[in-house]
Design a protein around this ligand. Sequence first.
Ligand code: SF4
Length: 188
Amino acid sequence: MGVTRRNFLKGGGIAAAGLAVSAKPASANVDGGELRTKGLQSSTTVCPYCAVGCGMIVHTKDGRIVNIEGDPEHPINRGSLCSKGSALFQVANNERRLTKVQYRAPGSDRWEEKPWDWAMERIAELMKDSRDRNFVKTETRDGKDYLVNRNEGMAFLGAAALDNEECYLWGKFARAMGVSYLEHQARI
Ligand code: SF4
């Protein structure tokens, strides 16, 4: 038999009714199962990516992060996270993440693994050296000397991941180094 428009619509209606019946909450509990985070240790933290500062819950098992999600009780995000924050778990658990210092000496074509203490010492040494070589104590303008205490060999750049307190400390540290080229990524 050919399918008439009327038969087609009738069939569609019956199928839709069938669907509506079968779409009733079944006893197979979709929402009632055990939470996958049940029994895990949980702690709260703040997303490190940007200064919105969304709250997160981190679940750990045997000292290892197994889940990160938005904190529904946090006043800023109330449980929601943007795509970057949602992917934070992959930062903590990522075989491509570098966890050791990689150093390439001037002129070298290869990276060497170095201890963290060595890297901190090296950075401090180079900063001190640069500051000493480029420090300008006074500047003469219109025949008059002005005390400026300016380090012209260094610049500091803050990023959106810094919160208020970190920006405050970063700014203090930069000024203590005599840095006047102090900028923030959001202004560039
Ligand atoms: S990166 Fe996204 S999740 Fe993280 S603090 Fe900023 S808005 Fe929130």
